[in-house]
Design a protein around this ligand. Structure first.
Ligand code: ASP
Length: 437
């Protein structure tokens, strides 16, 4: 009898953890909309439940940036930084920067916004934008502790990258003592990164309630007009994804590589579709590797470039960040970014993509960092938190598109680098894809 009770007790809540998180967040969004519209200011008591979610996200931001960036930078072995490494990394960084710019452009064209008037006091409106030189200068911290405590994101990123690169050198030192120290540091930060991933998983179990409360408050304060804005955000993101494929990837394959687009997409479509469905660059890795093999890329190149790309190259995520940051600025400040602010976003989002894990939803966490860098911190009770929650409600849909783009970017760069280094097996391009082993 006691045993039976234990089983039935476990059952009443276990359905929650066993059901798909995606659907739960979506249900949270829909319920939040309904409750907000139906009960208006009577629902405002829910606000602290949303604030808890925001505080939890903020809590993990700094440990995540530090650990994932240090692990990302220190996993590129200096031995791989030869001809291939430098080219691959340069391609990844340049295409990510272009992607953020396309995202910001889509923001300008589509103007996604929903004036969150009740929160107009949110900081930022009167802050003087720093000049490009100031942005570069401020990236170099004079005190590491200070920039971590004050959450000066770009400076923290800068330090984490330098630190990570130095660790990668320690790891290959001929001196056993130094090598061991490097491995210990790597294992330490890798451990923190893994712990943070686990913590995020736990926090996301609360996301449906957090999103429900945040969205209900936004709807209660602002009415139904916010829903149309989300459709515009989605249209802006997907237009950006399409433009990036057409301009950047097709341009690279055709113009830089002189290769057939038809032939390229015959094999590239498999990882594209897999990424779209799984929303994970890491999970798609085996399919991407098979596609690279079918496209005639030597294993020596793709076995380095594709795992690295799944970790540090996130063009779709970069576009999403450009669009969403614009949506939040327009909604909260009532104005778009100035050019220096856009410069900050391009730099931060490009560097943030290095720290974005290739797993579902990681880009939404990194968006917090980009927002912080540009003076739109997600803080409890702020308009930014409300706008952020709205985006989180449709994150699954946006994530599908951005992940598909992320893996296509890895594969395109890989094929082009192989072609330019004259290591691409062109015999695989003269026969139809189906015949390839
Ligand atoms: N899901 C994406 C990926 O795996 C990362 C993101 O959330 O932007 O590439």
């Amino acid at each position: 009898m006691a045993e039976q009770n234990a089983v039935s007790q476990k059952k009443w809540y276990s359905w929650y953890f066993e059901s798909n998180l995606l659907y739960r967040i979506l249900i949270g969004l829909v319920l939040g909309v309904i409750l907000g519209l139906a009960f208006k200011e009577k629902i405002l008591w829910m606000a602290p439940f949303g604030d808890i979610f925001v505080r939890l996200l903020k809590m993990i931001m700094m440990p995540i940036i530090l650990s994932t960036l240090i692990v990302g930078a220190s996993s590129v072995s200096p031995a791989n930084l030869g001809k291939v490494g430098i080219r691959v990394i340069a391609f990844y960084l340049v295409t990510s920067a272009v992607a953020v710019a396309i995202g910001l452009l889509m923001g300008m064209v589509f103007q996604p916004n929903t004036p969150l008037a009740d929160f107009a006091e949110t900081a930022g409106r009167d802050v003087k934008a720093p000049s490009p030189m100031d942005i570069v200068l401020n990236m170099v911290p004079t005190s590491v502790a200070q920039v971590i405590v004050n959450e000066v994101i770009l400076a923290v990123i800068f330090f984490a990258l330098i630190f990570g690169i130095a660790v990668s050198y320690l790891r290959v030192s001929p001196d056993e003592r130094i090598k061991k120290a490097g491995e210990t540091l790597y294992a330490f930060f890798d451990g923190i990164a893994e712990v943070m991933m686990l913590v995020i998983k736990g926090i996301m179990q609360y996301a449906p309630f957090g999103v429900l409360a945040l969205v209900a408050v936004v709807l209660a304060n602002n009415g139904p007009k916010v829903m149309g804005a989300l459709a515009v955000v989605t249209a802006a993101c997907f237009s950006g994804y399409a433009i990036h494929i057409l301009l950047v990837y097709c341009g690279m394959v055709k113009l830089l590589g002189g290769l057939s687009l038809r032939r390229y997409f015959k094999d590239a479509k498999d990882p594209f579709v897999t990424a779209f469905v799984t929303r994970s660059s890491n999970g798609t890795l085996p399919v991407s590797m098979e596609a690279a093999d079918n496209l005639g890329v030597p294993k020596s190149i793709y076995s380095f470039s594709l795992p690295l790309g799944a970790t540090i190259n996130m063009d779709g995520t970069a576009i999403y960040q450009g669009v969403c940051a614009t949506f939040i600025a327009l909604s909260v400040w009532g104005r778009n970014f100035s050019f220096p602010e856009m410069g900050t976003i391009v730099i931060t989002a490009t560097l943030a993509s290095i720290g974005t894990a290739g797993v579902p939803g990681a880009g939404a966490i990194m968006l917090l960092l980009v927002l912080d860098a540009v003076g739109l911190p997600v803080t409890a009770g702020s308009a930014v938190a409300g706008a952020y929650a709205l985006i989180l409600g449709i994150d699954a849909l946006l994530d599908m598109g951005r992940t598909a783009l992320n893996v296509t970017g890895d594969l395109s760069c890989t094929a082009i680098v192989a072609k330019r280094l004259k290591q691409l097996d062109l015999s695989k391009w003269s026969r139809p894809a189906k015949e390839q082993g």
